[in-house]
Write a protein that binds this ligand. Sequence first.
Ligand code: ADP
Ligand code: GLC
Length: 477
Amino acid sequence: MKKILFASSEIHPFIKTGGLADVAGSLPKALAELSQDVRVILPNYPSLKTTEDVHFISSVRVNNQQANILETRLPDSQVRVWLVDCPELFDTDGNPYVDAQGNPWENIADRFTFFSRIIVEVAMNRAHLDWQPDVVHCNDWQTGLVPALLSIESNTPATVFTIHNMAYQGIFPESTFANLNLPRQLWHPDGIEFHDMLSFIKGGLAYANRITTVSPTYALEIQTPEFGYGLEGLLSHKYNILSGIINGMDLDQWNPETDRAISEPYSIETLEHKVINKTSLQARSSLPVNKSVPLFGLISRLVEQKGIDLLLDCLNEMVEMPLQLVLLGSGDKSVEKKLMNFARLYPKKISVTIGYDEALAHQIEAGIDIFLMPSRFEPCGLNQLYSQRYGTIPIVRETGGLADTIEDALPKSLANNTATGVSFKEASAGALLEAIKRTLLLYNDKKTWKKMQKTAMSKDFSWKNSAAQYLELYEQI
Ligand code: ADP
Ligand code: GLC
């Protein structure tokens, strides 16, 4: 049995802005099911949502700042969660990264440096918790300093650093490095310095014993300039400790048979009930209720990564086609505005909800026929997994985890019953539109469509395999 400290800046259902929270809320549970002693550590944000008991267990001081450690559990599990409670840093509105107006926290470097320092205290068993992990598993730049800070200690646990997204690196001016009072010996080009700037993610990449990312294809992509954002050299240098492990999904949260957020549960055997979710979604979205019109959907952070611009460039043509669209997302204000304009112009075709709505996300996955995911890059992506589980056919761009988890509907895959979606290569509106047209042809062939739905629904996207791969990695180090 391994003792694993799993560190993340967001964890579902406590707090979530994207897929990292889904992973951090479900991989630890899967590791616990493999009989591992895993504990999760997260900042104590004021908006944390939990039904579980939360209580004080310890307090710890680093760099003249004090934190209380509160303990709770991941709902429906025995996995302990340690909340780093420091009101002057974390007790603020907004989300982990931006304030209520959407601007990045001015003190974001302080926040995650302090969080990382506390993780180090816990990792070194100096936080009065009487527990020393064998492995510290860090995720994304917010915990990147942990392997760096541990590198200057002795008798430390081993470290794994998982990249969920290379586009976010935590880069700050050199003056921030000085203000943070970080150890001088970390400041060099093979350390956390990146072209005279401080790079949090480099702390993970340069010092962790193993680096992983969330799909095998993305593990290769980030070793190229297009996806490596200047760190492709370091990543290819580290290729022998770098691997891709595809994300699983939380089958307790995303299961059309038991989902309490949707109108009518269904399974492969009762797939005909899916249409009840379609008509309620249409009604809820003020679209004409029509069982046979193909209903497209999208749930996304509205950022460049997700290729929403490609979709925007297709919308004028899409509204001429016999289809409807339900979109849910938030992010880039100009994209939000453009989508809202389309919805105003074509209220019978397009419904747009700007904001973050967990229940609606479930209703969309259950109610639509086709999920759009035209990402420019996608480390793993979770919605294409949820879609397949809900018998919703995804249209994806062939990149990262999308390439690894979707079997394009081509003559061969259709003939041998492995097709689960439609994918396209070029990041252009033309290529997306072609894929949409190809999907509409498939949709009109009811028998083929149903076969694809059933193949998608029966694929195994549980955490079991991936959690076992992480465990193997922990054992190697
Ligand atoms: P990323 O982490 O890059 O945003 P993923 O596909 O890995 O992409 O995960 C996104 C997660 O966030 C999914 O669980 C998705 O349902 C959820 N999500 C994204 N935007 C919204 C939204 N506006 N409302 C509800 N859930 C959302
Ligand atoms: C990131 C990526 C997404 C991935 C998620 C969880 O946010 O953008 O592709 O699924 O992390 O690993």
